[in-house]
Design a protein around this ligand. Structure first.
Ligand SMILES: [Zn+2]
Length: 201
């Protein structure tokens, strides 16, 4: 069983103040959340440095990823160290994710830049049902969406600063490696949890 925050922005997102060093320090200091996905906005430039810093600590793991701004809404692609080619239409990015066995996740569907009900028309792998900076109402709607689409629901802090990192996490039935983690997410072997309020969804 592993615990992972699957939605984090570093300074490479431009709208985040979280340095790769601060992220790694947070993970090292945390008692049980030892896995985190770096999902910067439309870039994978922060992955290399973050993975390099993390490699000094065998008990933490960085999942490569990216949050793509598509015209239809934001989509997380977990498991890629490369960018899709432009244009970033939802169809193209989903094809890219499928070809590489990545996990495609509808980010914060009922918030700004979210896909909302449009997600129902697409073949995505999962829905983000517990976003650390979304309102409880928006997360509730996202949970309903995941339920009605029979898709796994995931958690991500969506941190843009150090104080927001690891506020929520996924408990995943997986071994401590990225391939196993991605497969388990697709199978729905995951539950979402909030650290701050200890509420289990
Ligand atoms: Zn985000």
């Amino acid at each position: 069983m592993i615990q992972a925050d699957l939605h984090i922005h570093t300074v490479y997102s431009l709208d985040s103040s979280l340095t790769p060093k601060a992220l790694v320090e947070k993970m090292v200091a945390h008692s049980f959340i030892k896995v985190a996905a770096v999902t910067d906005h439309d870039t994978v430039k922060g992955l290399g440095i973050t993975q390099k810093l993390a490699s000094a600590f065998p008990d933490i793991l960085i999942v490569p990823g990216v949050e793509i701004s598509t015209p239809e809404g934001d989509l997380l692609v977990l498991g890629t160290e490369e960018m899709p080619v432009k244009p970033f239409t939802l169809d193209c990015v989903l094809d890219f994710a499928e070809e590489r066995d990545c996990v495609s996740v509808v980010a914060h569907p009922y918030r700004e830049h979210g896909m909302g009900d449009l997600a129902r028309n697409y073949n995505v792998d999962a829905i983000e049902i517990l976003n650390g900076v979304s309102s409880p109402q928006a997360n509730e709607l996202a949970r309903d969406l995941a339920r009605s689409m029979h898709l796994p629901g995931l958690a991500g802090s969506d941190a843009h600063q150090a104080s927001e990192v690891l506020s929520v996490y996924n408990q995943i039935q997986s071994s401590f490696d990225i391939d196993s983690l991605l497969k388990s997410l697709k199978k729905g072997l995951v539950t979402t949890h909030s650290v701050a309020r200890s509420i289990h969804f």
